[in-house]
Design a protein around this ligand. Sequence first.
Ligand code: HEC
Length: 113
Amino acid sequence: MRRAFIFLIFLSFLGFTKEIDPESKLVIDRGLNEVKENCIVCHTGRFITINGGDRKFWNTKIKVMQKAFGLWELDKKTKDLILDYLSKNYYKGWNKKKTKNKERSLKLKLNLQ
Ligand code: HEC
């Protein structure tokens, strides 16, 4: 137990563990503010943390948000920051099993299949 703890501290020094923002429960990184202002105003960050994908994946999600749920237009700079943030911290497979199920259920919901 103590060994594992020391190992964790070691990892965090190396930058392997990420700091989590207590308010949004999302990883602290460049772009988090934009995500907070534009994404987690309607829902919690959980929708983000159970997903994962590359820029294209997140770009599609933003489009879905805009088409189906009333997300406003984002200017290019904000959108880029959000996409950088999401594809860097919530990439495909970072949380594999859950992503797949959630994907399927949203596709069914929106009749995208
Ligand atoms: C205007 C309100 C609104 C905003 C702003 C918004 N969303 Fe959503 N979002 C929703 C709603 C409504 C749902 C569906 C909730 C449900 O399924 O019950 C949702 C669901 C989601 C989901 C889960 C469904 C899926 O596709 O897997 C993700 C991921 C998501 N939002 C990401 C984002 C991101 C990223 C942003 C910022 C760019 C954002 N949302 C901004 C309203 C919003």
